[in-house]
Design a binder for this molecule. Structure first.
Ligand code: AHR
Length: 617
């Protein structure tokens, strides 16, 4: 017996927003420094500091060798923002093993751009890349010629592939030199940009064809202290003038990788300009998240008093000018100076991350009133709290119901069991359509007891996404979280994409996201099925009438469906993603759970157990 998929005459078709499927980037799990940002030198400006003021971390990541005599100083610095540098009194060798102390990979034939700022006695400083076992990969000699700060540059080209390398700097015996801002960046970044991003990681994002990118967090936006809050103005302009901050994920008590993350900082080499550029490169609308004058409520929960919020509100207003303003304006001029005179086309701002309660609501209102007074068309995103149900959520929905004009959408977060995802596939069927739209801003299925990146989790997400798609009239945006994780150095799992020094793979959830995002029309096509164990959604493209149907069979039995009631083309494409529930991908087997595609003819389709099927025709 086959189940029939037929048009659902009780539901109307609706427009699908082009931001329905997006991505969420947060600097967690070494996603930025040591990840997406291509810089290979860790603590390259000697600015790491101990957040409790107990130990001096300015030399963190740097190993002193061969009798070098050096100390971190701060008199007459390169600039007043990054005010520490290294003074070398007697020569020897310095070694930097990169982020998380796991070194960095090099590829044969690839060039690496080296630079540093220096001042001091005339002499030659040699930079070299060496492998773990001491094999010389490349070398460049720099002649220091000035007693004032000056930038020196060189290039090293690798003659071999190596997974774990370090950068070494060798100074004369008679050194007496100051150095700062040591940098090593592969020439081959995404689009070969100078202060660029790791190409293989950006390609994984581009392949998702995301409608938007939410950034830069998450909890790092909130921070754990006022000084730890993420402020975008710290992250733009010349990279030497970006204020280093510590990453709040270093302070997370639970580090599932078992690795010490106390060296986790934010250099901001990947800052707001680079985020906007990334969005443009991958065709995603930028969705920045701004601090609302509150630190993380799960921890200290510090509040900026209401009468001191103006600088934070200005951050939002100035950000719109930075992104969209003419080069004649203050912040537009900075964008143009950084290399992008054209506007970035910012349409959305999220005010606050995962905030809740009256203290949030009163702050949100002040922000929204002030921003909308200047930019009435901006789409503001309001936080529904850390959960998409329960007390905080109810309070948020009640508040926003009384302030509908102040938000385009409410940002809901849900990290729940696979069972919850199945039980809530219809969650938005009864959502009040007169409220602001839904932004499912962070979600992932968490298996228990270990939060595995398994097909079990991904299949539940796929089922849930059929519900999101069916309700695309009220769900405007959705994105999985977190996006990236560095193998062996992470603070949170599951994650969508895993990488190490040289390779990257997508989890089963990645392929679910990709299939939904790559195959969606601009109108919903309401359909229903007489087999209630199947989860389905369909959209169509108004340009050519092609249909895109998604069916999840989450049972252990094969099922046959009959599609003859749909107006499918005779020969259609059938993409299948299926596996055993515990199957996972890995660096060794990156495609264990991977879609396969074929052309198919005929009204009957047999769905494998535990499968996601996408039918396009
Ligand atoms: O995605 C990981 C974290 O989960 C985010 O930083 C935060 O918003 C949520 O609690």
């Amino acid at each position: 017996m086959s189940a029939k998929i037929i048009p659902d005459l009780n539901r109307a078709a609706a427009e699908v927003s082009d931001t329905l499927y997006g991505i969420f980037f947060e600097d967690i799990n070494f996603a930025a420094d040591g990840g997406l940002y291509a810089e290979l030198v860790s603590n390259n400006s000697f600015e790491y500091f101990d957040r409790d003021g107990k130990i001096d971390k300015h030399m963190y990541s740097w190993e002193k060798l061969d009798g070098i005599d050096c100390e971190v100083r701060s008199d007459r610095p390169l600039n007043e923002i990054n005010c520490h540098y290294l003074h070398i009194a007697r020569g020897g060798r310095l070694k930097n093993r990169g982020f998380c102390q796991v070194g960095f990979a090099v590829k044969s034939g690839e060039s690496y751009n080296f630079s540093l700022y220096a001042r001091g006695k005339k002499q030659t400083v040699t930079a070299r890349i060496v492998t773990e076992s001491g094999v010389l990969v490349g070398e460049t000699a720099t002649k220091i010629t000035s007693s004032e700060w000056k930038k020196y540059e060189g290039v090293m080209t690798s003659w071999l592939d190596a997974e774990v390398c370090a950068l070494e700097l060798i100074f004369d015996d008679s050194a007496e030199v100051d150095i700062d801002f040591v940098s090593l960046i592969p020439e081959h970044t995404y689009k070969c940009r100078k202060n660029g991003l790791r190409a293989d990681l950006v390609e994984m994002l581009a392949d998702l064809e995301p409608g938007f990118m939410r950034f830069p967090g998450g909890c790092i936006v909130e921070g754990r202290s006022f000084a730890n809050m993420y402020r975008w103005k710290d992250t733009v302009g010349p990279i030497e003038r970006r204020r280093v901050n510590w990453n709040r994920w270093q302070a997370e008590e639970y580090q599932p990788s078992g690795r010490d993350s106390s060296g986790y900082y934010q250099s901001f080499g990947l800052g707001f300009y680079e985020y906007f550029l990334l969005c443009e490169d991958i065709g995603a609308k930028p969705v920045p998240v701004m601090n609302v004058g509150m630190t993380c409520q799960f921890h200290e929960g510090l509040l900026v008093p209401l009468n001191e919020l103006q600088p934070y509100i200005d951050d939002c207003i100035d950000l719109v000018e930075f992104a969209n303003g003419s080069p004649d304006t203050k912040w537009g001029a900075l964008r143009a100076e950084m290399g992008h005179p054209e506007p970035f086309g910012l349409e959305y701002i999220a005010i606050g991350n995962e905030q809740w309660g009256d203290q949030y609501f009163e702050r949100y209102e002040l922000f929204a009133d002030a921003i909308l007074a200047v930019y009435p068309d901006l789409k503001l995103l309001f936080s529904a709290g850390p959960n998409c149900e329960g007390e905080y959520y109810e309070q948020a929905m009640k508040w926003i119901a009384g302030h509908r004009d102040l938000a385009y959408a409410t940002d809901e977060h849900f990290y729940k069991s696979p069972e919850w995802f199945y039980n809530n596939v219809n969650k938005y069927d009864s959502f009040d359509r007169t409220l602001p739209k839904v932004f499912a801003g962070e979600y992932a299925a968490h298996t228990s007891p270990e939060r595995r990146c398994s097909w079990r989790a991904a299949l539940a997400e796929a089922a849930f996404l059929t519900g999101i798609e069916r309700n695309a009239d009220c769900v405007a945006m959705s994105c999985y979280a977190p996006l990236f994780s560095k193998t062996g150095c992470f603070q949170w799992q599951p994650d969508l994409i895993w990488f190490d020094n040289s390779s990257v793979y997508g989890t089963p959830s990645y392929y679910v996201q990709k299939l939904f995002s790559n195959n969606v029309g601009d109108r919903t096509l309401p359909v229903c099925c007489d087999d209630h164990e199947l989860y389905i959604s369909a959209t169509e493209a108004s340009s050519n009438g092609s249909i895109c149907l998604k069916i999840v069979n989450a049972t252990e039995t094969e099922k046959t469906v009959d599609l003859s009631a749909l107006n499918l083309r005779r020969r259609y494409t059938w993409i299948k993603l299926c596996a055993g529930l515990d199957a996972e991908n890995s660096h060794e087997a990156p495609k264990r759970v991977y879609p396969s595609s074929k052309k198919h003819i005929g009204a009957q389709v047999t769905l494998e157990p535990y499968s996601l099927n996408v039918i396009i025709g």
